[in-house]
Design a protein around this ligand. Structure first.
Ligand code: ZN
Length: 741
């Protein structure tokens, strides 16, 4: 970029301004492509990057050292085994992996000021529990000592339902995966740890900015009857039954260039439905990849310099499937509570696209566009201290003051308590994002479904105290009383509050509903306002532990799916509200809260019915990597190109930070990777030909984008086979080349 006369004038203005003492907040916008002087000098506390797409300095700034933090960002591939392991989310035993559409990434953000250090991770997985977090922290401590611990390493899940599970270690959470999966667990630990190490190693001085926007048509409330049970006086304070605000924290290096950004938006990452068998980071994953592509136009997918994290929020009752729910076969309207479908016909919602891939892209694009608009708009600078307040909370032991959502006060004379974990009958009904075929309806207050009566009590018998504590929830599974072979649900949960220079990030270990999230923001905002601090609060769902849902006490009375899955009884939310109230005061006043009882470690008690990969064999007369079905010799943009190879089980090598297959382009005499398996336009599909013989095939599929260069291409496959003795041998196969014309 040529530095024109305008630039020199600007520099002079800066020097003068500095001499004049305005060092802290001068933002200069230089547009030297214009012949007339479009130079502005803004002495405000708002800023927007002039060129968000450039990692290079785009503004000339003089920064007051006192407003600088030390911040690191890092991204790493955490993709788990993409075949044969069941996906976590829909609890659908038949939903096991058969390949990969999008890779799973972990994105880490480290904030340091003085002695305070905070790690915040968004991981593309249904949820992360203490079992993974413990191992991540252990590995960090091996490298960095006690710089990192269970208090300051906060890990969240984006809640994608299209990724392998078996890593949570609470028995019921791994049941539908057929137990604990060491492969999934290792993959997630390694990927998340690597992302934090990368963030640690990239720490630079930086400034933080905060802004919000509205995102339209990206979600709907999937339990509106429950929402309507909240007091009218409370509901009229809000626009609708979902939060359509996207909150963003922008991280700028001292030179004004962008280092990374964090976004929170409330939507279930369930655009990919329960019929899907390809690993995917779903709609928020798409938004992140799209943002990183815009910000790092020349980077490979998943290896950007500027990292864009998208975090879940109060998504408990928020679906991305924006069309009205319909019966699977008849197409009739249904709501899975009052209007049900015929026998063995599911009630679920889809949309807005024609299929789940298109819906993922549409919702992801809408979220991206919101984030992009905020990124290019003025933002408020966050200044002040950092703090992290963390407590292990023994839920059934809690006795707290009831919260009055209308008066927005705590009733100290009305104590309420937590219960031992239990799930209600309506848990079995599923939701319009993933329904059952058995016509088990939501809103069950009776506990008299003959089918479920058979299984209720199998887990453990609820005590009289449990039944009373959970009322009116009819208990289906008294999971809090079940301890064989290990506890079925967490009893002690991690609750955290990150104080990011005046922004309170509430770490909720589950899925708060829309109104639950609003109450959390109201309580914390109130504490901030009472101390003269502008109430900036964001709810971070799926943080540090998975405890299913957090419905309000009023929603709880309706007992739809979210309420039936509110584990610790009707006062679960009020416990969190009391905690966040206390934590906010602690963060502002700089004291610490009690650490609480650290949960026991059950990683040695796990059971697994998951069969390992035994061996791989190529058919007689064939070698691994032989191309069985060649692509067409000539293709056009928009076509779908496929190649099929003699394969081995992808579980032998998860190819983290690499790829199972790729599209290569011929550049002069060299084949250069053009798209890999993390690319939106590719699909990697594996299928077992014979379990007995150990034979399998993979098909790699590429939808040729409209901007692809007219050239010669080929598809390559990178496999790894297992011998009967257990040794792993890498191999590679390549298709014939084909011409894009
Ligand atoms: Zn959910």
């Amino acid at each position: 970029m040529a530095f024109t006369l305008v630039g020199k004038i600007v520099t002079a203005v800066v020097v003068l301004a500095v001499i004049g003492g305005m060092t802290a907040t001068i933002v200069l916008v230089v547009n030297d492509s214009s012949s007339d002087s479009e130079t502005t000098t803004a002495a405000t506390d708002t800023t927007s990057p002039t060129d968000a797409t450039s990692a290079a300095p785009s503004t000339t700034e003089i920064v007051d050292e006192s407003i600088l933090y030390r911040v690191g960002v890092g991204i790493a591939d955490m993709t788990g085994p993409c075949v044969e392991i069941n996906f976590m989310g829909y609890a659908e035993v038949s939903q096991s992996g058969e390949g990969l559409h999008l890779r799973q990434f972990a994105r880490s953000f480290i904030f340091v000021k003085g002695d305070t250090r905070i790690v915040l991770v968004t991981a593309e997985v249904q949820a992360v529990g203490i079992a993974v977090r413990r191992e991540v922290v252990k590995r960090l401590q091996e490298l960095y000592g006690d710089t990192y611990n269970l208090r300051n390493v906060i890990i969240t899940g984006t809640h994608t339902h299209a990724a392998p599970g078996g890593h949570l270690v609470d028995f019921i959470l791994d049941i539908s995966i057929l137990g604990f999966s060491q492969e999934t667990y290792n993959a997630y630990v390694e990927g998340i740890t690597r992302s934090i190490i990368r963030a640690h190693e990239s720490i630079v001085p930086a400034r933080l900015f905060y802004a919000q926007t509205k995102v339209a048509d990206a979600h709907r409330n999937r339990s509106p009857y429950s929402y309507l049970a909240n007091p009218e006086e409370e509901r009229i304070r809000y626009d609708g039954d979902t939060d359509d605000t996207l909150t963003q924290v922008r991280i700028q290096k001292a030179d004004g260039s962008l280092l990374g950004l964090m976004n929170w938006f409330a939507v279930h990452t369930t655009s990919m439905n329960m019929t899907n068998h390809l690993v995917s980071s779903d709609n928020l994953g798409y938004a992140a990849l799209r943002m990183e592509k815009e910000l790092n136009p020349f980077s490979v997918v998943g290896k950007p310099q500027i990292v864009a994290g998208f975090f879940s929020s109060n998504l408990g009752d928020v679906s991305p499937n924006t069309r009205d729910p319909r019966c699977e076969f008849s197409g009739n309207e249904c709501d899975n509570q009052y209007v049900i479908c015929a026998h063995m016909e599911r009630c679920f919602a889809e949309g807005p696209g024609d299929d789940m891939f298109e819906s993922t892209k549409i919702i992801g694009t809408r979220v991206f566009e919101g984030a992009w608009q905020v990124l290019n708009s003025p933002a408020e600078e966050l200044t002040g201290d950092l703090a992290v307040v963390h407590q292990f909370v023994d839920m059934p032991e809690q006795v707290v003051a009831k919260y009055d959502p209308v008066a927005q006060t705590f009733k100290t004379d009305e104590p309420v308590k937590g219960c031992f974990a239990a799930m209600g009958y309506s848990f079995a009904s599923g939701t319009i994002d993933g329904a059952n075929t058995l016509n088990i309806t939501q809103g069950n207050l009776e506990g008299n479904n003959p089918l479920l009566d058979l299984v209720s009590g199998v887990v453990a018998d609820p005590t009289e105290e449990d039944i009373e504590c959970h009322s009116p929830k009819p208990i289906l599974f008294a999971t809090g009383r079940a301890t064989f072979p290990l506890p079925w649900h967490p009893r002690v949960v991690s609750v955290s509050l990150i104080w990011l220079a005046g922004l309170a990030i509430l770490g909720v270990p589950g899925e708060p509903t829309t109104m639950s999230g609003r109450r959390m923001r109201a309580v914390v905002g109130n504490v901030m306002e009472n101390r003269g601090i502008e109430p900036r609060v964001v709810v971070s769902g799926l943080t540090n532990e998975y405890i299913h849902y957090v419905a309000t006490p009023e929603e709880y009375m309706i007992q739809r799916y979210e309420a039936a899955s509110t584990l610790y009884g009707p006062n679960t939310l009020d416990i969190f509200l009391n905690k966040f109230n206390e934590f906010t005061v602690a963060a502002i006043e700089g004291f610490d809260v009690e650490a609480g009882p650290e949960p026991a470690d059950y990683r040695n008690n796990t059971l697994s019915l998951i069969t390992p990969v035994v061996f791989d064999v190529s058919p007689i007369g064939r070698n691994f990597g032989d191309c069985l079905v060649q692509p067409e010799a000539t293709v056009k943009r928009g076509d779908i190109v496929r190649a099929t190879f003699v394969a081995a089980n992808p579980r032998n090598d998860l190819k983290q930070e690499a790829t199972h297959a790729a599209v290569q382009r011929l550049e002069l005499t060299e084949w250069v990777e053009y798209a890999n398996d993390a690319d939106w336009d590719t699909k990697f599909k594996w299928n077992r030909v014979s379990t007995l013989l150990g034979t399998s095939q993979v098909t790699f599929e590429w939808r040729v984008p409209e901007d692809a260069l007219l050239a010669r291409y080929r598809i390559v496959y990178y496999g790894a086979s297992r011998s009967v003795f257990g040794s792993i041998s890498p191999f590679m196969g390549a298709s014939d080349s084909f011409t894009l014309y």
